[in-house]
Design a protein around this ligand. Structure first.
Ligand SMILES: [Zn+2]
Length: 349
């Protein structure tokens, strides 16, 4: 499979204080005025800092909106409120606001600046927006952002479970690539080697310093960003999403209130990697232990029954998507692990 065109971010700023320079980045890029969408309930000091940086550079937002709903309908509503003078779109905050901003930018044909304030998943740089359409969650193609601005000082202050969620989403790259290669061997699904390599390498870079200090946050941000880039290069979500994401999607359908995405995919990656063989299971286990991931799970354990239902549903969640779960009933092995694996003690109830 050959991509005819690959879009990747051309401005990447991953450093402490980056959000205070947002106005400067926009002014230098000559992309003013810009609309700014931000997460509901975001710390006022974060928004104030971004707005001050715009003012310092003589920019006033073309439209300033708080995003309350992660739906395509909300994006269309915001699109109709965009002034025609608007030259770019900025999303600041968590997944919801970023996905709406990304999709609105795509609909308007505007360059999009993604400024995540936490690193809970790899969505901020992915070429898709996860939004509901008439109440049903969908992944809508958008292309990746033109610019990624990650303020490490802000991300470092985000609650610990969000950080663990980002680590969990990163672990899924191991199992996703293994599933992708399996689909190639079994059915000839094309694998893009560069995308697989980028995805794989980004996890190893983070593993060199999996701490929640500034360097660790920088490595996690970079790795999650490169995961989005790998998806764009592959022209599919395969480098970042395999059987572990199927289980997470099935859990979202099963549970009344879904948990953080990466807490689900991280746990699922640990379980699935035990079926896949090779050294990934050990590596994922080590990474989750070193980052304290299990502690976040134990604070609010998963329901074993919900996981049983989700694991059984997972192979049929996505049409024509071959993974290790297409080959066998995984639950008996997972149930044994949940009962006996030392790392999983207290993670399920
Ligand atoms: Zn994910």
């Amino acid at each position: 499979m050959k991509n005819t065109q690959i879009n990747v971010p051309w401005l990447v700023r991953i450093k402490a204080g980056a959000l205070q320079r947002l106005g400067l980045y926009l002014a230098r890029s000559r992309l003013t005025p810009a609309a700014l969408f931000y997460s509901e309930g975001m710390l006022p000091s974060i928004l104030d800092g971004a707005l001050q940086s715009l003012r310092d550079n003589g920019i006033s937002p073309a439209l300033l909106r708080e995003v309350k709903e992660a739906s395509a309908e909300e994006a269309v509503r915001l699109l109709s409120a965009l002034p025609s003078s608007c030259r770019a779109m900025i999303g600041i905050g968590g997944g919801r606001a970023l996905d709406v901003a990304k999709y609105t930018a795509f609909l308007a044909g505007l360059p999009y600046f993604a400024a995540p304030t936490s690193l809970s998943n790899d969505g901020f740089c992915s070429p898709q927006a996860s939004l509901t359409v008439e109440g049903k969650r969908r992944s809508l193609l958008t292309g990746p952002p033109e610019a990624v601005v990650v303020d490490l000082a802000i991300c470092q202050r985000a609650p610990l479970p969000l950080w663990h969620s980002g680590v969990g989403d990163l672990c899924s790259k191991f199992t996703a690539i293994s599933d992708w290669k399996l689909a190639f061997h079994r059915r000839g699904d094309p694998v893009n080697d560069l995308a697989a390599l980028i995805s794989d390498a980004s996890v190893f870079q983070f593993m060199a310093n999996p701490a929640s200090d500034e360097e660790g946050v920088r490595l996690l941000a970079t790795a999650l960003m490169l995961s989005g880039v790998a998806m764009e290069i592959a022209g599919s979500s395969r480098p970042a999403s395999g059987s572990e994401h199927l289980i997470s999607h099935a859990l979202d359908m099963t549970r009344a209130r879904p948990r953080l995405h990466g807490l689900q995919t991280g746990m699922a990656a640990y379980l699935v990697s035990s079926l896949q063989g090779g050294s990934h299971h050990e590596k994922i286990g080590e990474l989750l232990a070193r980052t304290g991931f299990w502690e976040s799970i134990r604070k609010q354990p998963f329901s074993k029954e919900e996981w049983r239902i989700a694991v059984e549903r997972a192979p049929s969640v996505k049409e024509d998507f071959y993974t290790i779960l297409s080959e066998r009933d995984a639950w008996p092995q997972f149930a044994t692990m949940i009962a006996h694996d030392q790392a999983l003690i207290g993670c399920f109830e």
